[in-house]
Design a protein. Sequence first.
Length: 242
Amino acid sequence: MTILLIAALLPAALLMVYIYKKDKVEKEPIKLLSNLFLFGGLTIVTACIAELLLSMILGIVFSKGTLPYMAIENFLIVALSEELGKYIVLKKKTWHSPQFNYTFDAVVYAVAVSLGFAAFENVIYVLSGTLGTAVMRGLLSVPGHAIDGVFMGCYYGIARKCRGYGDEEGAKKNLIKAIVIPVLTHGFYDFCIDISSNAGIFFLVFMVFEVVVTFVAIKTVKKLSLEDEPLDYYSPDDNMMM
């Protein structure tokens, strides 16, 4: 069991170290990152409850295994429940934090939350499976959550920058993107796996998709790391909170 537990947690730990090292200007406090990781992991509870209840309702409307059922389940139930939970933790814990003072911080925070979820989820799957399960999830599922976190953090950081400049409309639009883009990538990932059992071509689509989003995520991390810049922290809400 110890080996399986290590195998379940190691991918998330390695990816977190990678993102942490990419934060070149000012490292984020370990305590803050630990809290984000922990609370991100706890969102698996709310996600499971939401997915269970909504899937029951969905089963009344559509037959399980049909295309509409799989599309709605993967995009609007599973992906939305999980990514929205991560986003709420991210926003509540960091939006007004004085530590959130550089653009790349958003990526570090979002990935920490996402990997917290991925680690907790991985432990559940791996401890009820085998070492092979750990390897496959370590290569696909955990990096998938990290990639979703990169995209969430990218737009979350842009939103915070817009807010600093007083661009409320830009902030709102990018906060919406911070949810929508990860939901789309997450949902498409799950949908391709789900439907590939009925249509093998979707497994090929899934593999191409994985290569593309991984490449884009790595390029995004490198770009945002190199272009990291300070944020203006002044906003009307800050005065109200003081």
